[in-house]
Structures are given as C-alpha cells and as structure tokens.
Design a protein around this ligand. Structure first.
Ligand code: ACM
Length: 646
C-alpha cells in the first residue's frame, strides 16, 4: 500500500539473509546510500533479523542492485520524477529509477514485499513498474492548536515515506500559537507561543530529515485571519485596537491583519524574507481562510480605504491583501498557495488553490487556469471511516467536464490533521492507518477502488506503520491510565466498538479550550472501529449466504460483548475517569443480548417471542445515542440482525 501501477508475479523467490550486499555506484548521492542503509535497518526491525548492509560497486551477486539515471534536484520540486522499476528474481533484486526519488519509493515497495513463512524470509519474484498518479501527495500537520514537538514531526515523516507521501504541509501559526522562531520579529514566537516553538535549527533538522525521505516541507503562515497569536507581540498589525492574548478556545475569531496599512506589508516583506530563506520549498502557503470581516467592518479607516479603492465587499479587500502578499512572496522567490477563499477574479493565475470547502471550488479553479490541490474530503479530524476518504478522488465527478489540460492542473491532494483535539500522545492514532489509504488514492491508478481489498491491505500496513509511529503503541498506556490500576481488557473490549463523534459534534458537545485534557475514553477510542466493521461484514454474510462459520463467529463476539459489562463494572467503580462510559458498557451488554437472540432466530428460522421486537427497538435506540462523545458502532449491524429476525 499504495498498490503499484503495475505488478506481475514471477516464479521463485529471493531469500533474505543477514548479509545484505547492495550494489551501488560509488558516486551515488549521499541520500541514496542513506536510504539503502535505512532499508536494511527497517528490514531488521521488520524481520527481527540483524541485517548488515555492505556496499559493492558492480557486484555480480548483489542482493540488491540500485541504479538511477540523473542526479536529483537540489531542492525537491513538484516536477520530480518518482517512477521506478523493481525486478526480483531468485538471483537478486534490481531497482532502477530515473532519479534518486524513484529509488526511495522503490525501496519502500521492496520492504513491503518481504514475507516470513515456513519457507523462511524471502521476497517473491516480481516485476513492478510504478509511478505516482499525482505529483502532490501531502499531509497537513497543525502544530499551532496543540504544540507538536519535533519528534512527532520526524516519526510522522517516517510513516509518510512508508506510504510514498511527498509533502508535509506544516501549519505553523494560528490564533492559538505562533510556532517558529523569528529572528526579525522575535516577539512573534516570544509572545505568541507559550515558549513552544521550533527553533531555526530544529526547522533545518526537519527539512534535512524530510529531504532524505523524499518529502517536501511546505510551511503555512495563515493570514490575514487566524492571526491572534501574531498580535500578542505585534498588535499594530491588527485591524482592531487590542490588546491581544493567545487564543485558548477553538473556532473562528475576529482578529485579522489590517490590509489598509502600508506598515503591515513592510512587516510582511521582512517576515517573508526570513521565512522564505529558512524554508527551501518552492511553495509558500499563506492560508487565507475564514476571515469573518468583523474587525474590518468595525474599523473606520479600513472602511474608508475600501470606498476609496472602489471595493464592494470584504472579499475584494482580502483579494487586495492577497495581491500585495503575492508580490512579496514572489519577490522572495516563492510560489503562493492558499485556501480556496483566495479565489477571486483578480487573483493572478500563478497562485495555487488549496480546496477545503468542496471539490467544486477545485474544479472551478482549474477551469479558470489555476493549479490546485484537494483537501475537502480528507479531513482526518472529522473521525470518518477510511472507506469514506478512500472514495474521494481529486479528479472526482465535479471534474467530469474539465478538459485534459484543466485536469492536469489538479496536482493532487493533502489530508489534514487539524490539532484542536489531538496531542502528541494521540495524534498518530488520528492520522494512521487511515492516511495510508488516502496515500493510495493519491499514488495508485484511479481504478484501484476495491474497498474490501483496501481494508485487507490496511491491516498489514497498520502493523508495518506501527514500527514507525505510535498509533498502536499509544493505546495500552492510555487504557492503563483510564483504568487506574485495574485490568484493561474489558475497557479495551468496550472501546473497540466505540468511535468518537464525527465532524464538529465534539466541540459542540461541551466547552473545550487548549487546556482541556485529552485523556478520556473518547481520546483513546480509534476514529474507526475495525471490530464493528468486521462484525457488520459477518452479519451481512450470515444474512445473505447463511454462512454457518460466520454465524458462529458472530455468536462468539456477541457473547464476549454481552459478558463484558460484568467485568468492566468493578473497574469503573474504582476508576473515576470511566464513570462517563458506564452507560455505554451497559448498553453494549443489552445490545449484544438482542443480537444473540436475533442471530438465533435467523439461524434457526424461528420467530422471536411476542414483545421482543419492541424491546429490541428500545435497546437499539438507547445504544445509538452518543454518550461521553462516543458512538456505539454495533447499533447499526445489530439493528440489521433484529430486522431480519422479525
Ligand atoms: C480550514 O479548514 N479552515 C482550511
């Protein structure tokens, strides 16, 4: 995962053993050699075998031969060639690419091919001819809402590389924090970050690490809205009088830069100069989203400025700001990209539109001649099932009427990990493994759409990714904390069928601030219950094929859930943080009992007792109600069983 463009299995297999001879030209780029060493390290981790790389030039009997045609770009661009071919026979593996980037991608594929079975550790003979469908395949990490230390970024870069993503979109400033050391205006990070910001050295470390993995790093400094944290140290940039404090709540706020003041552009010129030199990517993201215009409307000088310039509304005013900013960004050698609100008839065509409000805006932008990328449909913070994201295509039906030339302007997409409800402890579990399926959407051919096959491969990808990121390993300590010293198994059983509220229902459920601990059951629960998904599949198979084996498996699961409350109840009694899930635990037992009776009726083709349907309805309806910001994902499949039983 992602599935290669073309793969053909051959005959035989290549044995993996301790000594890994890699044939590589002495003149190879340092990052290719590093990638080969990393390959051996990852292979060691994967197999548990200590695998030693040894390099040889032109070795006849190398385990792995690496060849590439041209040196890579000094700074990786969106035009880089990532294609590669991989040929594995029982004599060795041969990896060929046009550029170093293709070598990196091919090594990740090779790692995924390694099998451990009765025959030993080996790679099946195969011929792969692979290239990405889209050149822009990204993940946005928001380091502003909750601070994300460098280690979080580095490990997520590792996982991104494993699924061939190539852009880290680093959301570095927002109302709740300004997260980069700024030499020119030290009050930006000094007063706008609570001391949690990346130093210039750390930024350089991340860029170098990402480059070695073939990942571009694009910074975002969101302007002119989402800027409260800037104004704590620089109230003179704002459209309202201030004073300002770092925002502690979530949402859309009034503070916005003053587009009518020359001093703002002079400031931004010096600011962008420093950041454009620090970040080497050709793109500079200026945000541009969610300006509510309240500060502009309340400021007489800004209103006078609008009248004087003949501007009809605040969108015109923001377009003026964007044009000024574009000139600054270009002066410092960068291309400008912004959220789809920046789309305006006066926006020069060399800006890139980043669509978050819907695929229509992307189709519209590319129709008008802009380059674009898609994030609408890929918001990881919405807590949606993998299949829903997987079904979203950057060239979806909204693009049906575009010409080939217009379609080619859609460069790809990015998944967004907004950080209102994640911490360094939980963020990986909200990104992974779902991100792997989105990465496949961006890399693999458009006709790779088999959902069941995707989930089958996602299970394997999740285990593999678990060696790089913490989406699996963070769970036991969270459960231990919640259970407060009691055994965690019954809690894990309950949480395995619950999911956090979707979209923006969680912030609507209660008042949250950046100080609210994210250590509850809802934070430990996974965005998608794969257990509930598997159970729903079992139910479908029982109802359509009358599969006896699946009925037996469904009965085992339902019995486990029916009996779980008796085990969890004493744990809850001792662990105050679990009080809020007691209702869910009771409901699960009741729901499982309904499921067992329904299953029995279906399998033995008998009718339920009179009065049972009414009771089933009550239990299912109760289970459906969210509690503690969690949803019971078994309510729907049990409902199906109950309906069949009636
Ligand atoms: C956004 O979600 N406001 C880009």
């Amino acid at each position: 995962m992602p599935l290669p463009a073309k793969a053909e299995l051959g005959q035989g297999r290549l044995t993996v053993d301790r000594r890994c001879v890699i044939s590589l030209d002495a003149s190879a780029e340092p990052r290719v050699r590093k990638a080969a060493i990393r390959f051996c390290e990852l292979l060691s981790r994967q197999t548990g075998m200590p695998i030693q790389p040894s390099f040889a030039t032109g070795a006849e009997r190398a385990f792995l031969q690496i060849q590439y045609g041209a040196p890579g770009e000094q700074v990786q661009s969106v035009k880089a060639n990532e294609s590669y071919t991989l040929e594995v026979t029982d004599a060795g593996a041969r990896l060929k690419a046009a550029e170093p980037l293709g070598v990196l991608r091919g090594l990740e594929t090779l790692l995924q091919l390694v099998q451990m079975d009765a025959g030993g550790t080996a790679i099946p003979a195969v011929r792969i001819d692979d290239r990405p469908r889209f050149p822009w395949r990204g993940l946005l990490i928001d380091a502003a809402r909750h601070w994300m230390p460098v280690e979080v970024i580095l490990r997520n870069l590792d996982a991104m590389a494993a699924v061939k993503l190539n852009v880290l979109h680093w959301h570095l400033s927002d109302d709740q924090g300004f997260r980069v050391e700024c030499r020119t205006f030290p009050n930006l990070h000094g007063m706008g970050s609570d001391g949690s910001y990346y130093t210039r050295e750390q930024i350089r470390e991340v860029l170098a690490y990402a480059r070695d993995l073939g990942i571009r790093v694009m910074p975002e400094f969101d302007m002119p809205g989402h800027t409260t944290a800037w104004f704590v140290g620089h109230p003179e940039l704002a459209s309202g009088p201030g004073p300002y404090q770092i925002e502690r709540k979530w949402g859309i706020f009034d503070p916005a830069m003053d587009p009518a003041r020359e001093a703002v552009y002079e400031f931004l010129d010096r600011f962008v100069a420093e950041m454009a030199a620090l970040f080497d990517d050709e793109y500079f993201h200026i945000g541009g989203d969610e300006v509510n215009g309240k500060q502009w409307n309340a400021n007489p000088a800004i209103q006078a400025f609008k009248r004087e310039k003949g501007m009809k509304n605040n969108h015109d005013l923001q377009a003026y700001f964007n044009q000024r900013l574009l000139k600054i960004v270009q002066k410092h050698g960068k291309k400008m990209i912004g959220w789809d609100e920046i789309l305006h008839p006066t926006l020069p065509k060399d800006s890139v539109i980043h669509s978050w409000r819907g695929q229509k805006s992307l189709a519209q932008a590319s129709g008008q001649g802009y380059l674009g990328i898609l994030s609408s449909g890929y918001y990881l913070d919405h807590m949606l099932p993998t299949s829903q994201h997987y079904a979203v295509d950057p060239l979806g039906k909204e693009c049906a009427d575009l010409s080939e030339e217009q379609k080619a302007r859609i460069m790809g997409g990015e998944a967004c990990m907004w950080a209102e409800f994640v911490t360094p402890e939980t963020i990986d579990s909200r990104i992974w493994p779902r991100m792997a399926a989105i990465a496949e959407r961006f890399w693999s051919p458009a006709n790779v759409v088999d959902v069941e096959d995707m989930y089958r491969r996602l299970d394997a990808a999740s285990i593999r990714l678990g060696r790089l990121v913490t989406h699996r390993s963070n769970l036991p300590p969270m459960l231990e904390r919640l259970a407060d010293g009691s055994e965690t198994e019954p809690l894990e059983t309950l949480l395995s069928v619950l999911e956090p509220l979707k979209y923006y229902d969680r912030p609507d459920a209660r008042e949250y601030t950046s100080f609210t601990p994210l250590n509850r059951a809802v934070d430990a629960a996974r965005p998608e219950s794969l257990t509930a998904r598997r159970f729903a599949n079992l139910v479908a198979s029982v109802l359509t094929d009358a599969s006896a084996a699946d009925a037996a498996q469904a009965r085992r699961l339902l019995s486990l859930w029916r009996d779980n409350h008796a085990l969890l109840k004493p744990v809850i009694a001792r662990a105050p943080m679990l009080k809020e899930v007691e209702g869910h635990s009771e409901n699960l037992a009741a729901l499982a009992e309904i499921g067992l009776e329904a299953l029995d009726c279906v399998v033995s083709k008998r009718s339920p007792a009179p009065g049972w349907p009414a009771r089933a309805k009550t239990v299912i309806e109760r289970a459906r109600k969210p509690q503690a910001e969690l949803l019971n994902m078994l309510a729907a499949p049990v409902q199906k069983l109950a309906a069949a039983a009636r």
